[in-house]
Design a protein around this ligand. Structure first.
Ligand SMILES: [Zn+2]
Ligand SMILES: [Zn+2]
Length: 210
């Protein structure tokens, strides 16, 4: 399996690309900007992108989604509870002082425990509301040791919950009930910043101790 993560866009959102080495089919998680950087990697590796999965619909995770869909034909997928944010991409952009295009239509709504496959790779969807109502995490099931956590869980921090639709109680519940039941050795790729592990966060995350 091919897995790579690199920061993109104005807030350096971690964009991840996972691909099946046999079929070269791929999933892009959180194409939050820098369309060219993402497309360069896709072309270099000769990948066919099937799905664009979004951990949530804040602008810094969806800025390049429409362009990459146009260039690859991949399907835009997110949780329905974040549709209000997705539809308001231009409004979100205005708040942060940049212009965004009207986003392409959503192709598929992801639901809890759904599996998305490309080639021999399967990723499972966990609905983890709190940072936004439709926040999702994605685990790799054939290698149950990696979770893409979006802005739900960071290295020794958690996502902010003071934005529209956020809930502190929900994010804590989501992390404890959905992420902390994963194996301690599971690597966590957060929406921003350094990777961590479930073990490390159980032990050192100040929001989740005690
Ligand atoms: Zn966010
Ligand atoms: Zn973010």
């Amino acid at each position: 399996m091919l897995v790579t993560t690199f920061p993109v866009g104005p807030l350096q959102c971690n964009c991840s690309i996972i691909a099946c080495p046999e079929t070269k089919e791929a999933i892009v998680i959180d194409p939050g900007g820098d369309t060219e950087k993402i497309m360069d990697y896709i072309k270099q590796q000769g990948l066919t992108v099937k799905y664009l999965l979004h951990t949530h619909a804040h602008f810094d995770h969806i800025l390049a989604s429409s362009d990459i869909k146009d260039l690859t034909g991949a399907k835009i997928c997110l949780h329905k509870a974040d549709k209000f944010l997705y539809d308001n991409l231009q409004g979100q952009g205005m708040l942060f002082g940049f212009k965004a295009k009207k986003p392409s239509k959503i192709d598929h709504y992801l639901s809890d425990e759904e599996q998305v496959s490309v080639g021999n790779i399967k990723t499972s969807v966990l609905h983890t509301p709190g940072h936004t109502p439709g926040s999702l995490c994605f685990t790799l099931t054939d290698k149950n040791s990696l979770v893409f956590a979006g802005d739900t869980l960071f290295n020794q921090s958690i996502g902010r919950t003071d934005l529209p639709g956020g809930s502190f109680d929900d994010i804590i519940k989501s992390i404890k009930n959905r992420l902390f039941i994963l194996d301690d050795s599971t690597e966590v790729v957060p929406g921003h910043g350094e990777s961590t592990s479930i073990w490390h966060e159980k032990k050192y995350n100040p929001f989740l101790n005690g």
